[in-house]
Design a binder for this molecule. Structure first.
Ligand SMILES: [Zn+2]
Length: 234
C-alpha cells in the first residue's frame, strides 16, 4: 500500500472517530429539548387537573351564595305572609316561596354533582401530582446526565483533535486538502476499499483500467464515479 494512503487511512480513522463524537454532541441539544418538553407536558397535565378542581370549588361557592340568597328571600316572604291580611297577596307570596324552594333543590342537585366530580377528580390530581414529580425528577436526572455526556465527549474530541497534526505530518498539503474536502463532502469516507472491482463508497463497478491502477499501487487512484480515493483491502 502506498505510504500516503496508509497515512491517510490512519488519519481518516481518527477523523471518523472525531466525526462520530461530533454527531453525538450535535444531537444532545435536541435530546435535551425533547426532555424539557416532556417535563412541560407533564406540568400541563397536572395544571389541567388542578384547574378543573379549582373551577369546581369556585362554582360550589357561587351556588352556596345563591342558595343562601334564596333562603333569605323565603324567610322574607314568610314574614310578609305573616303580616298580610290579603288572601291574594298571601297566595302570591306562597307561589314565590315555592319557586325559591324549587330553585334551592336545583342548586343542591348541582352541588351534589360537583361534589361527586370533585370526589372523582381528587385521585386524578393526586396521581398527576405523583406522576409529575416522578417524571420531572427522572427527566432532570437525564438532562444532567446529558450535560455530563457532552462534557466527556468535548474533552475526548479535544484530545483527538490535538493528536491529529502528528498523524497528518509528512503528507503533501494538496493531498491533505483533497482528502479534507472529500471527507466533508462524502460524509466521512474519503478513502474506500475497492472490493471485487466495486467502489465501496458509491457501489459502482470500476473499469478494468481503474482496477489495474489500484492493484498496481503506484499512484493515488480516484473512483471515476464518486471521486473517492480507492485502496485495496488491508
Ligand atoms: Zn465510487
Amino acid at each position: 500500500m502506498l505510504p500516503e494512503v496508509e497515512k491517510l487511512l490512519t488519519l481518516q480513522e481518527r477523523d471518523q472517530r472525531i466525526r462520530a463524537f461530533e454527531l453525538e454532541l450535535n444531537a444532545i441539544p435536541d435530546e435535551r429539548r425533547f426532555k424539557e418538553r416532556q417535563i412541560a407536558d407533564s406540568a400541563t397535565r397536572l395544571e389541567a387537573a388542578k384547574t378543573r378542581m379549582k373551577g369546581i370549588e369556585v362554582e360550589r361557592n357561587k351556588l352556596q351564595v345563591e342558595a343562601q340568597a334564596k333562603r333569605d328571600s323565603i324567610a322574607k316572604y314568610k314574614t310578609q305572609q305573616f303580616q298580610t291580611r290579603k288572601n291574594e297577596e298571601f297566595a302570591a307570596l306562597g307561589h314565590e316561596i315555592a319557586t325559591a324552594e324549587k330553585a334551592i333543590v336545583a342548586i343542591e342537585d348541582r352541588e351534589l354533582e360537583l361534589m361527586e366530580e370533585a370526589e372523582g377528580l381528587r385521585p386524578v390530581v393526586a396521581e398527576a401530582e405523583r406522576a409529575h414529580t416522578e417524571e420531572r425528577a427522572k427527566l432532570e436526572a437525564q438532562i444532567a446526565e446529558l450535560g455530563r455526556k457532552a462534557e466527556t465527549i468535548q474533552a475526548r474530541v479535544a484530545e483527538l483533535i490535538a493528536s491529529r497534526p502528528a498523524l497528518a505530518e509528512g503528507l503533501d498539503e494538496d493531498l491533505l486538502d483533497q482528502y479534507t474536502r472529500l471527507f466533508k463532502s462524502k460524509n466521512g469516507s474519503a478513502l474506500v476499499e475497492l472490493d471485487h472491482d466495486v467502489c465501496t463508497g458509491c457501489h459502482m463497478k470500476v473499469t478494468t483500467q481503474t482496477s489495474v491502477a489500484v492493484k498496481g499501487d503506484k499512484a493515488l487512484v480516484h473512483c471515476p464515479n464518486c471521486g473517492r480515493i480507492l485502496h485495496l483491502p488491508a
